[in-house]
Design a protein around this ligand. Structure first.
Ligand code: HEM
Length: 454
């Protein structure tokens, strides 16, 4: 039985969570995923008071819908997220609010229309085939997270930036990791209103990473401004856009904000979703066998073709179920900009609201056997019986992920190229621990060996 909403025994379903500040700090530093109040896995609304700050965790699908759609105008991305991500991606599409956000979203929206996405499929398939070739030649043990990053990075560069050679995937991946590494400290400092100048481990490395990323992309913008030929890719869309209110074009800095937003948001999340999928399939061979049968039924003896990708519902369901258990972006954060009431709770300006996607996806009153990997949840009528907002790996409302269809198509194509050729064998029997560094990463590398299928 799948429940469609949490029971309404309490009018607001509100509980308060009070934990000693020291225990929250210890969790934040160790693994911020464990810093969430445990009640988020079973209650509708959880009010958490820590370090003099009050935050609201919204876990009920109907209330998530209300907050992210009806009340979207009362909520902004907030100071914390801008403090953490701003040095890297400024006020690009992911971090901007209001008119500045709207303009940027409109500027790139046409790049994500269905027809255009279909045109990206050959590049997605070719890149997955290159990964397959690499694994067949050197079967490992491989760091699957890194391998998936490499694959999705090449795809984002090929599709969004017309295959620029100016970026080095290894260096970019390291720079992103180095940048995200000390974010735990930033969260702790913010909780207690610590000044920005306070040092923390990894700060210097993080700054050097940002400088490397922004300089590389800045060079790309300069090159393209000087070029006569237009390619019609994301970079050209940004160069050609004008603010509808002022007619102003984007500055180089603003374009770099967005390029970095798309390069990071557009490859890391999908790579993590794929890495967790491959881990889960290696633990559940019966589901892997069913996926292989589906792919074989569609492709026959030939290679995967772009038109096959839409005909693989189980392969897609496996990816969606993996993102239920391990949502690559596990928490949505908002700050109240105009007061409103949610579930009987008055939200005041400045208050922070979280949608803990990770907890909603494993909520014991929303999902039957919430911790069990079961792709059938995303087949047939099962999804229709569920509240739309009980599953939201891509967020919801006006700020929903612009790349959701791109990512899903890409993931199915990559799985359908890799799985029939290779069986992945985990190197360790130890269960991987997911940790929160803005995205949901395995704490230690997911290492597996690739064995060619006969
Ligand atoms: C499995 C892969 C992905 C996941 C799980 C994911 C998740 C998300 C989530 C949850 C949000 C909303 C954040 C919020 O409301 O605060 C978001 C926004 C965004 N995502 Fe994704 N994403 C994925 C892939 C992509 C790809 C492939 C691209 C680009 C090609 C992309 C670009 C963006 C951008 C630019 C935003 C900001 C949109 C806005 O605020 O208007 N994402 N993503």
């Amino acid at each position: 039985m799948t429940l469609t909403a949490l029971d309404a025994a309490k009018p607001s379903g509100l509980v308060e969570s009070r934990r000693p500040a020291l225990s929250v700090i210890a969790s934040l530093l160790r693994n911020p995923l464990q810093a969430m109040p445990p009640e988020v896995y079973r209650e509708k609304l959880v009010l958490a008071k820590t370090g003099g700050r009050t935050s609201l965790y919204v876990c009920d699908p109907a209330m998530i819908q209300e907050a992210l759609t009806k009340q979207a105008a009362c909520l902004g991305k907030g100071d914390l997220i801008r403090k953490v991500l701003g040095p890297a991606i400024g006020e690009g599409l992911l971090t901007a609010d209001g008119a500045h956000w709207r303009w940027q979203r409109q500027a790139v929206a046409s790049g994500f229309q269905h027809e255009r996405l279909l045109g990206f499929l050959p590049a997605m398939i070719a890149t997955a085939q290159a990964t397959r070739g690499r694994w067949l030649a050197a079967p490992g043990p491989l760091d699957i997270g890194h391998e998936m990053m490499r694959t999705t990075f090449d795809i984002i560069i090929e599709t969004m930036l017309s295959g620029s050679q100016a970026l080095d995937v290894g260096k970019v991946e390291r720079a992103i990791s180095d940048y995200l590494e000390p974010t735990n400290f930033m969260f702790v400092y913010n909780l207690f209103g610590a000044p920005d100048w306070l040092p923390y481990p990894g700060r210097r490395k993080a700054r050097a990473s940002v400088s490397y990323l922004r300089t590389s992309l800045g060079g790309l913008v300069a090159q393209r401004r000087a070029a006569v030929e237009r390619r019609g890719d994301l970079l050209d869309m940004l160069l050609d856009s004008a603010d509808p209110e002022t007619g102003r074009a984007m500055s180089d800095g603003e374009i770099v904000d967005n390029l970095l937003t798309f390069v990071t948001a557009g490859h890391e999340t999908t790579a993590l979703g794929l890495a967790w999928t491959l881990h889960l399939l290696a633990q559940h061979r019966q589901h892997e066998a069913a996926v292989l049968a589906e792919i074989a039924g569609v492709t026959g003896d030939g290679p995967l073709r772009p038109e096959h990708v839409a005909a693989l519902p189980l392969t897609k369901a496996v990816f969606l179920e993996a993102m239920r258990l391990y949502p690559p972006a596990p928490v949505i954060t908002r700050q109240v900009e105009a007061p409103f009431t949610l579930g009987g709770v008055s939200l005041k300006e400045g208050m922070v609201l979280y949608v803990p996607i990770q907890a909603v996806h494993r909520h014991e009153r929303l999902w039957e056997r919430p911790d069990v990997f079961d792709p059938s949840r995303f087949m047939g009528d099962a999804a229709r019986e569920r509240h739309r907002y009980a599953y939201l790996p891509f967020g919801a409302g006006p700020r929903i992920c612009i790349g959701s269809a791109f990512a899903t198509m890409e993931a199915v194509a990559i799985l359908a190229v890799l799985l029939p050729a290779l069986r992945l064998e985990p190197v360790s029997t130890r269960a991987p621990e997911p940790t929160l560094k803005i995205t949901l990463r395995p704490k230690r590398p997911l290492r597996m060996s690739a064995v060619a299928r006969a």
